[in-house]
Design a protein around this ligand. Structure first.
Ligand code: NAP
Ligand code: G4F
Length: 337
């Protein structure tokens, strides 16, 4: 029997990589998308004939229940969320509705429709926040530092609670930052690689950034979606940290990205105090020992390979834009937080 997977957040970075991965495993892939006046299927355009998209919204319980009844999935991957940390200070209630209560709506739908559906929740290293220890593992206490982190902590614990209350196969993947050429341009890595490409090709000259000292454990999104699937193939549901175990500063990322394009970052980067967050997560580094020993998971792409992959992809994209002489979209603006 062909297995069926439902992915919420299929239009996002991880959704696109996971859909491709599950198609490769022979799954029938269904994606939940919210209604919008303009479609945002950029990342999954190449998959559209191979997957089925359905309208529903994390805010709307009935639409989620109806979707589960129609599709009858074997596995549900809940990737949808308001995922940009700075926006969570600007829209804390909406972030709570999507990123926290949205998880309960997904779990309630499973409880009502079919408790045998396996559930993956996209939890986040942002929950560790002001870290209690280094590296962070499944046993490290949470101390979130943003409304987003608080909402994700709720999503994590409600997942654990439905597992314990209703015996649902519900797993929480505590994923550390993972990036790719499909990463949203508001996140720091892609903001940097997009700017490097534009600077290299002469369509802009400066890049404004916030805290260069922040440290993150950055991996490749393509590696991380494999871990999501592996969690749902186990005999028992559990929670896992997924990380590389290496940390680097934003400054390290900047230096490497500019150097890869033969540029000196100090000629182009400016610090904008408006981009400093009300409360910062200064450092994150994960211990993925459990994922390694139980799931057999390990990352394939190293930090320098990730930076190079992202710079090269943006150089190719901007080169095409310049060649076609279309206006480079958002070329000299900083609309992010
Ligand atoms: P992303 O690119 O921002 O994608 C978020 C997805 O959620 C988009 O498809 C978005 O749809 C959808 N969405 C938002 N609100 C929705 C709603 N009300 N109803 C239905 N769909 C909605 O995020 P990502 O980087 O792929 O991350 C995937 C998940 O992992 C997120 O939950 C994120 O918080 C979590 N996470 C990410 C990382 C990371 O480093 N990437 C690390 C840990 C955890 P639209 O296209 O319509 O906006
Ligand atoms: O790329 P970021 O915006 O990612 P952040 O806040 O770590 O969150 C990402 O990873 C989480 C996992 O830990 C996910 F749950 C979440 O959904 C998201 O995917 O910022 C990384 C660091 C921060 O410390 C920030 O202060 O980069 C610093 N930074 C410095 N200048 C900047 C900038 N971040 C952004 N977005 N833009 C800047 O100009």
């Amino acid at each position: 029997m062909t297995r069926k997977a439902l992915i919420t957040g299929i239009t996002g970075q991880d959704g696109a990589y996971l859909a491709e991965f599950l198609l490769g495993k022979g799954y029938e892939v269904h994606g939940m998308v919210r209604r919008s006046s303009t479609e945002s299927f950029e990342r999954i355009g190449h998959l559209q004939d191979l997957i089925s998209l359905h309208q529903a919204d994390l805010l709307d319980q009935l639409s989620i229940i109806t979707l589960m009844q129609e599709i009858e999935p074997d596995e549900v991957y809940n990737l949808a969320a308001q995922s940009f940390v700075p926006t969570s200070w600007l829209q804390p209630l909406l972030t709570g509705e999507f990123t926290a209560l949205g998880v309960t709506r997904m779990l309630e739908a499973i409880r009502l429709v079919n408790r045998r559906i396996r559930f993956y929740q996209a939890s986040s290293s942002e929950m560790f926040g002001n870290v209690a220890e280094e590296p962070q593992s499944e046993n490290t206490p949470f101390y979130p530092r943003s409304p987003y982190g608080v909402a994700k902590a709720y999503g994590h614990f409600i997942t654990v609670n439905y597992r314990e209350s209703y015996d649902i196969f519900a797993c929480s993947g505590i994923l550390f930052n993972h990036e790719s050429p499909l990463r949203g341009k508001e996140f720091v890595t892609r903001k940097i690689t997009d700017a490097v490409a534009r600077i290299k090709l002469g369509v802009r000259s400066k890049l404004k950034l916030g805290n260069l000292d922040a440290m993150r454990d950055w991996g490749f999104a393509g590696d991380y979606v494999k871990a999501m699937w592996m969690m749902l193939q186990q005999d028992k549901p559990d929670d896992y940290v997924v990380a590389t175990g290496q940390k680097h500063s934003v400054r390290d990322f900047v230096e490497l990205a500019f150097a890869h394009a033969d540029l000196d970052w100090q000629d182009h980067v400016e610090i904008d105090p408006k981009l400093i967050r009300p409360a910062e997560v200064n450092t994150l580094r994960g211990n993925a020992g459990k994922a390694r020993s139980v799931l057999g998971w390990q990352p394939d792409v190293s930090f320098p390979q990730l930076v190079q992959m992202m710079v090269d992809a943006d150089l190719e994209r901007i080169r095409l834009e310049v060649a076609e002489q279309t206006p480079a979209c958002g070329s000299d603006t900083d609309s992010d937080g």
